[in-house]
Design a protein around this ligand. Structure first.
Ligand code: UDX
Length: 433
């Protein structure tokens, strides 16, 4: 099948490479020449595990190419996925300008095309957007939905860092379609995926994406709330959640207490859903609390440290992990930011280290902290060490790794370390224990 994909961010490019590896002929479209050239040279403009290798394969056997020419790509294919970014506006609502611009570029080719074509939104958009915002733009072509073209919505559930693996081996595929013809084309695109496929109307598909992310975020904030109770009574929230998670109705996943959720999806999508509900005159007491707990949690960790260490003023803090999670240089909504801001307010001297994210983090807090190129250097003479994300190099740290420190306090805000290894020499402060 001939597929075009507009937008070559991690969703668009990963989907393109994934579809091409399943035998489809894929054309990726982007407005940035440099990205297009890179893709055609089989160099991924972003890092995702396994992407470089698979991109090489599909470019060399001519299953995938990239272009800036939307018109030609739409005309030469049967199905177009819209995968451009939908960032948050100041008020939490979704900024649709990228999607609208991309769809606008498809009006002329649709007008000139004689064959049936399906347009499918993959970008995360609130219910109603595809039919109320995208469709009217396409209709400017004079063509009729349901006759000349189809309209669909197919949400993605890709985790950054392992997006290719998530694309190739999903738990499920959700296909929202205007009509049976649209759903037939979308099902064909996913023909080689042997997983449950749920076919719905377009609004339901849009809502499934927001609801999934909101429930995952809720599980995390729930675990963080319970973790504070556990801390106050001296028991371990991880053990509690292990017990809870054995009930088949309550999966253990995403019940890991920590510094809260960051990244490009959870905070943005929960805020967008809250904002959308408000527009529909609906209250979101639970989701408001999910967001509030997520804001409090990083500050709670630092306040607890301040209490146990009898003040952090003037103390040197080695801060390990600046990205929102390990394995990425992405600092969007990273919990490192509120944690470090609180440390600075309390007068600490912060030295940051992250294998990939220092440069990006410095843009969030220009010149406010120092950075090192290695973990060892950050720990040298530090009074306190705080681990914020789950890079592999932090996972197996042993008490001896902290020997170069001057002080004794280790804050494990993702519960990576085996606390039983820590004896009285070092004070281990784990979230939720
Ligand atoms: C998420 C969703 O998992 C994915 O389905 C969606 O398409 C995009 O958003 P991502 O943002 O890449 O993916 O990261 P994920 O690995 O899900 O983690 C999100 C945040 O939650 C991270 O900050 C992580 O540290 C935190 N988290 C996750 C917890 O604090 N506890 C957990 O139990 C799980």
């Amino acid at each position: 099948m001939k597929i075009s994909i507009i937008g070559t961010g991690y969703v668009g490019l990963v989907s393109g490479v994934g579809f091409a590896s399943k035998g489809h002929d894929v054309t990726c479209i982007d407005i940035v020449d440099e990205k297009v050239d890179k893709i055609n040279r089989a160099e991924p403009p972003i890092y995702e595990e396994g992407l470089e290798e698979l991109l090489k394969d599909v470019v060399s056997n001519e299953k995938l190419k990239a272009t800036t020419d939307t018109g030609k790509a739409v005309k030469e294919t049967e199905l177009t996925f819209i995968c451009v970014g939908t960032p948050s506006k100041q008020d939490g609502s979704v900024d649709l300008s990228g999607v609208e611009k991309a769809v606008q570029d498809m009006v002329q080719p649709l007008k000139e095309k004689d064959e049936y074509h399906v347009f499918c939104v993959k970008s995360t958009v609130v219910p109603g957007t595809t039919e109320e915002k995208v469709l009217p733009i396409l209709e400017k072509s004079g063509k009729i939905v349901g006759e000349d073209f189809g309209l669909g919505m197919n949400p993605e559930f890709l985790r950054e860092g392992i997006a290719l693996e998530d694309f190739l081996n999903p738990d499920r595929i959700v296909l929202g379609g205007w009509d049976e013809n649209t759903l037939k084309v979308l099902s064909e695109a996913y023909g080689r995926f042997q997983v449950p496929k749920l076919k719905t109307d377009i609004k339901t598909a849009e809502m499934i994406k927001y609801t999934s992310n909101a429930l995952l975020a809720t599980k995390i904030s729930f675990a963080n709330e319970i973790s504070r109770i556990c801390e106050s009574i001296g028991i371990d929230v991880y053990e509690v959640m292990d017990g809870v998670g054995l009930d088949h109705r309550l999966k253990r996943d995403f019940l890991n207490a920590g510094a809260g959720f960051g990244g490009s999806c959870f905070p943005k999508d929960v805020k967008a859903l809250v904002n959308y509900a408000k527009e529909k005159d609906q209250e979101t007491k639970l989701l408001n609390s999910v967001l509030a707990i997520n804001e409090e949690q990083p500050v709670h960790i630092i306040n607890r440290l301040e209490h146990i260490s009898e003040g952090v003023k003037g103390k040197k803090v080695a801060f390990l992990g600046l990205a929102f999670k390990g394995g990425t240089d992405d600092v969007r909504e990273t919990r490192a930011l509120p944690m470090i801001k609180r440390l600075l307010e309390l007068g600490a001297d912060v030295i940051g280290y992250d294998p990939e994210a220092s440069e990006n983090f410095d843009e969030l807090l220009p010149g406010k902290i120092r950075y090192t190129d290695s973990r060892e250097e950050a720990l040298e003479d530090a009074d306190i060490c705080i681990i914020q994300n789950d890079w592999n190099e932090f996972k197996n740290l042993k008490p001896k790794d902290f020997e170069p420190m001057r002080g004794k306090i280790i804050v494990d805000s993702r519960r990576l370390l085996n606390r039983e290894n820590f004896t009285d020499d070092l004070i281990y402060i784990g979230v939720g224990v």
